[in-house]
Design a protein around this ligand. Structure first.
Ligand SMILES: [Fe+2]
Length: 426
């Protein structure tokens, strides 16, 4: 990426965060239904904090923070920076106001403009690399903005919509297409390449540190389902007593099912006998051929067990995705809900519908080293007790579409747009 392109990328990304907020009313900015979600206002502020903390304070000598107290308020988890305000209480931050947070963003943007124009800065290469990380970080928060907001809106019995479906096309597939028949695509396996050479990327390319180093793994022959599991297929699991039969569940998953009284995926509803689901467009008909979404890893695993299959490993998924990779798609996916399978590729719905749970633990690749300093807390310290998800979702920014991308959540988490693609030995 050229330097002007890097600056444009910064500005476009910052603007996109604001555009996502346009449908909100002022009361929405502080919503936080649970500790694991964050209010829209906090996302707007924290992403600015990232640029301020890791670029402006260390590299722009004359920089003056707009408010020193924000260092504490909007630090998410960086212990190397200092203490943080309680994550569970972010919704109580009625001050600073929305206007003050927007002023904070403008303050940071103006300073970033100065820093990115300092072409003779002795730390120029570090500044550009950190700026890119800040942009990618903000894009990750753009996805969290949607998933957190959806969860918080769902807590309101009025089930308000984030945006009317009439404002976009294709978000909710009309009931004309038939679901594709379940089918499989086979792979020989063997010794295959995985991961990215994160220290030797081409100019303009980006990968998070957790995607590397590149390496090789041995895979036994396997097959992946061509499509994601649909609502209709998952309904069969529910109707067969899937949530009441412990034989399909991991012990930890079964414990969560009992504790949380799970009986169906998050956001599934019934209205006057009709199958519905809550979406960012409000309650909508639950179409049978749409991919089932908002599953925990435990539910994905239990479904696979019931179906006589299993979850793919993250390397099986990556190997298959590499085989049909033809470059990142242009433009953003303008939809707020996953769509039915369509197309002729061997594997459909790899990207842009639901993240796909894998059975792989989120652990470092051989040779992984976190970056020195507080910024090294970005990924590495979370490599325990979480599972890897692959692909991307309908609300993932398009620049995050690639075979090596590793998303990760705890197996009980189900507020992300997470679904399941089955695997089996072959
Ligand atoms: Fe963050």
């Amino acid at each position: 990426m050229t330097e002007p392109a890097a600056m444009a990328h910064y500005r476009q990304t910052r603007q996109r965060s604001l555009l996502a907020c346009e449908p909100l009313c002022i009361e929405d900015y502080g919503l936080q239904a649970e500790a694991f979600t964050s209010p829209p206002k906090w996302h707007l502020a924290h992403t600015s904090w990232f640029f301020e903390t890791f670029l402006l304070k260390p590299f722009l000598p004359d920089y003056r923070p707009s408010d020193e107290r924000y260092e504490f308020l909007f630090n998410s988890y960086y212990n190397g920076v200092g203490a943080q305000f309680s994550r569970a209480r972010r919704g109580l931050l009625s001050r600073p106001t929305v206007d003050e947070v927007l002023q904070y963003r403008t303050h940071v943007d103006r300073a970033m403009d100065v820093l990115l124009n300092a072409i003779d800065h002795p730390q120029r290469s570090t500044i550009l690399a950190r700026s890119r990380l800040g942009v990618e970080h903000e894009q990750q928060h753009q996805e969290l903005f949607y998933t957190d907001l959806k969860y918080s809106l769902y807590a309101n019995p009025l089930l308000p919509a984030y945006r009317d479906s009439a404002a976009s096309s294709g978000d909710v597939t009309p009931g004309s297409a038939l679901p594709p028949a379940p089918s499989w695509n086979g792979y020989d396996g063997g010794l295959v390449a995985v991961g990215r050479d994160v220290e030797g990327l081409n100019p303009g390319d980006f990968a998070f540190d957790n995607e590397g180093p590149a390496g090789q793994v041995f895979l036994a022959p396997f097959a992946l389902a061509r499509t994601l599991v649909t609502n209709a297929q998952f309904q069969d699991f529910v109707d067969d007593g899937g949530y009441r039969r412990p034989e399909f569940w991991l012990a930890d998953g079964w414990a969560v099912v009992q504790e949380q009284q799970w009986r169906q995926p998050l956001y599934w509803l019934e209205r006057e006998g009709l199958p519905m689901q809550f979406t960012l467009h409000g309650p909508r008909q639950r179409e049978p051929w749409q991919p089932v979404c908002h599953l925990s890893g435990y539910e994905a695993d239990a479904y696979a067990s019931w179906a006589g299959a299993r979850l793919p490993t993250e390397f099986e998924w990556e190997h298959a995705a590499r085989e049909q990779w033809s470059g990142a798609p242009d433009g953003e996916v303008d939809k707020l809900h996953p769509a039915a399978a369509a197309g002729g590729e061997p594997l459909l719905q790899l990207y842009g519908d639901c993240w796909q749970w894998t059975g792989s633990a989120y652990r470092p690749y051989s040779g992984f080293h976190a970056a020195p300093g507080a910024v090294g807390e970005y990924n590495g310290k979370f490599m325990a007790n979480q599972w890897v998800l692959r692909g991307s979702s309908c609300v993932t920014p398009c620049g995050h579409t690639r075979p090596s991308y590793r998303n990760f959540f705890y197996p009980q988490d189900r507020w992300q747009f997470s679904g399941v693609r089955l695997a089996r030995d072959s």
